[in-house]
Design a binder for this molecule. Sequence first.
Ligand code: SF4
Length: 277
Amino acid sequence: MNDGNKDVRQALNVRDISDYLYCARKVYLRKTLNLREKTNAKMIKGMIRHEIFDELNKTEANIVSGITQQKNLTEMGDIYKMHLLGITERIFRKYENLAVSFEINMQEYWQDFWKNVQQEIQLRIKAISKLLEKNILGYELWQSLEPKYLTEFKISSERLQLVGRIDRVMIEKQDGRTIYVPCEIKNADAIKPYESDMLQLACYAILLEDKFNTKVMEGIIQYKNKSIRIAIDESRRQKVFSIIKSIDNFPSSQIPKIQENFRKCESCGLRDECFDI
Ligand code: SF4
């Protein structure tokens, strides 16, 4: 397996690998010239979201273990909502001033974010209700819960020098083995999966395999109009390693050309620097 020239480079982000597919120049600007995209409203919103779900991931065992008597779906949803409301209010307050300076309307963002929170809650309480039907409660409920979910899961591999954040990981047991299924959530419709999305999923699979010493066979891309299961086959893994190798071997004197699809340039955070060069 070719895992790149990891001794000489700084860690790559999964985003570098999917960005490389449509603009090698952008990755070159970031990795070889060390240019950074200016902080923007989207990044601040991402930071807020990551921090809230990080806390949920860390505290969920306590929430579920605390269910020591029968609850219906609404009551369970309320337990999650109360918990997440507390976290959300605290973290929104923490970022309030920063958000104002980036002209983020926190009320609008909260409404949008809360819809997303509801989806995450629904997934979890469905799984819990199946166990409550069997009268499994408290710590045993958490122990037996399947699937479990991690949302906005930050993951890195020192060996591969690769870092990423997975929108959602589903964890369940199959034939006595723990299975990890990465899920990438996209805020757009799609007729068929995009190559860059599938590559991103393959990166997450590789990172999960490295962290949990397992084999990830498939992942899910959830577009707005449908969810698509993607097999993580060997060719997809090799494509990731081949891109890592290409990024490691950028010739320092030869900057990749400006890409032809200018629509991508419109939203590029390195546009000014790119055109100046
Ligand atoms: S402005 Fe366009 S060509 Fe330049 S780095 Fe960004 S996406 Fe690539």
